[in-house]
Design a protein. Sequence first.
Length: 62
Amino acid sequence: MERATEITVRFLDSRSGEERELEASGFEAVAIQHELDHLDGMLFLDRIVSISTGLFRRKNYS
């Protein structure tokens, strides 16, 4: 799975209510993107580019 190695994140500080900005690179940038996926309800298997060539196949429960 490909991820950006440099990111800028804007968010509201829950304590002060102010908008803040964070720049990250390398492992920190990848980790932040991973955690943001969780907040959006997304899993690793949802990010696989191609279901047919992906390492795992997600089971469909519908």
